[in-house]
Design a protein around this ligand. Structure first.
Ligand SMILES: Nc1ncnc2c1ncn2[C@@H]1O[C@H](COP(=O)(O)OP(=O)(O)O)[C@@H](O)[C@H]1O
Ligand SMILES: CC(=O)OP(=O)(O)O
Ligand SMILES: [Mg+2]
Length: 387
């Protein structure tokens, strides 16, 4: 020991999804990650019972690695929060009032906000001395023009109840759109990009010169693409029909669409790897699930090409987007006339980094760009606490 105190330049990032808790300790001095990991299967067999237990597991793992939550190097904790409504359109220092705001938005993101809030409360209890920052999924989409953000319903009702399109996965869409510009060697202000974030939850966005102008998720993370266990778009009369004809309650319909829909509802598996494997083995349910998933994705790609006009790149990201050559190929097959030409050999190569997978001369480049929500959350947190 030299007697000098080590610099407090570590940011701990907690990114809770519906069934996972990802964590990373980021060293802001050099961008390295002294610790990172994920607790999976929360609430399922073999996993922790709930997100509070999961957070204790993260704390234990960090301590075992010599980076306990009591570390003097920790400068701040950055939390992913899914819904920020119209109140929170940028990273925000957490106070009791902000906690109450996140709680008030819970009905709009029932799988996520309650979990995000519990995690913030536990972290504030453990380190009340540290700044804690909430980074919202909705923030990047605050720029949506009215034409894209409005539902065509009575304006008074919409305004009174905050019924509008917010969009989610914004941290990822923001990071990936900038990383795609870098990959193309252009300034973000010069490029128009369609980002396809295909994880367990999935969403598309159209980003014009770094500004989000359209996205597929809406009031809640249910609208849009087919997901692991969420239906995405459907006729808004479907829930009414099921309530009237099948006598289903709102909670039952909620579970049907949010937890038992998507790939899971169509074929019994929410993991795209399983869907592709079963489909290749000739399973008709898995084949149908794949086809519905891809058909919806193609509709959004076509729609967003029209929204953007000139489109410099389509970027695939998150678990499915980064890893499934089958999904990328099926989503873009035959789009040469629209200026999108995938290179089948480049597309099939497995590689970890950002890469172009379109043919040379394709007017719209196609790229695979790994997302890094944790880095984005860490840098926004750092900016807020260090100016
Ligand atoms: N090699 C692969 N092929 C197809 N899908 C994959 C592959 N690897 C991972 N996935 C998919 O990625 C999904 C998880 O993506 P991820 O971005 O980690 O999701 P989330 O953050 O929403 O939990 C899984 O459902 C899985 O189906
Ligand atoms: C908003 C959302 O759908 O998040 P995730 O994909 O992590 O479930
Ligand atoms: Mg995710």
């Amino acid at each position: 020991m030299t007697g000098t105190t080590p610099a407090a330049d570590h940011v701990l990032v907690l990114n809770a999804g519906s069934s996972t808790l990802k964590y990373q300790l980021v060293d802001m001095a050099d961008g390295s990650r002294p610790a990172r990991g994920v607790v999976e299967r929360i609430g399922a067999d073999g996993g922790p019972a709930d997100h509070t237990r999961a957070l204790h597991e993260v704390a234990d793992r960090l301590a075992a690695d010599g980076h306990g939550l009591d570390s003097p190097r920790l400068a701040a904790i950055g939390h992913r929060v899914v819904h920020g409504g119209t109140t929170y359109t940028a990273a925000t220092l957490v106070t009791d009032e902000v906690e109450a705001g996140i709680e008030a938005l819970a009905p709009l993101a029932p799988l996520h906000n309650p979990v995000n809030l519990r995690q913030i409360r536990v972290a504030r209890e453990v380190r009340p001395d540290l700044p804690q920052v909430a980074v919202f999924d909705t923030a990047f989409h605050a720029t949506l023009p009215q034409a894209a953000a409005r539902y065509a319903i009575d304006r008074g009702v919409a305004d009174r109840y905050g019924v509008r399109r917010y969009g989610f996965h914004g941290t990822s869409h923001s990071y990936v759109s900038r990383a795609t510009a870098r990959l193309l060697g252009r300034a973000v202000q010069e490029v128009n990009v369609i980002v396809l974030h295909l994880g367990n939850g999935a969403s598309a966005s159209a980003v014009r010169g770094g500004v989000c102008v359209e996205t597929s998720m809406g009031l809640t993370p249910l609208e849009g693409l087919v997901m692991g266990s969420r239906s995405g778009d459907l006729d808004p009369a479907v829930p009414l029909h099921l309530a009237r004809v099948a006598g289903m309650s709102t909670d039952e319909i909620d579970r049907l669409l949010n937890n038992r829909g998507g790939l899971l509802g169509l074929c019994g598996d929410n993991d795209m790897r399983e869907v592709v494997r079963r489909s290749a083995a000739g399973d008709p349910d898995a084949r149908l699930a794949f086809d519905v998933y891809v058909h919806r994705l193609r509709k959004y790609v076509g729609g967003y090409l029209a929204v953007l006009g000139e489109t410099h790149a389509i970027a695939f990201t998150a678990g499915v987007g980064e890893n499934s050559a089958e999904v990328r190929e099926a989503a873009l097959r035959g789009l040469g006339r629209l200026g999108v030409e995938l290179d089948p050999v480049r597309n099939a190569v497995r590689s970890a980094g950002a890469r172009v997978v379109s043919a040379d001369g394709s007017p719209t480049a196609v790229a695979v760009v790994p997302t890094d929500e944790e880095w984005e959350i860490a840098s926004q947190t750092w900016q807020l606490v260090r100016g």
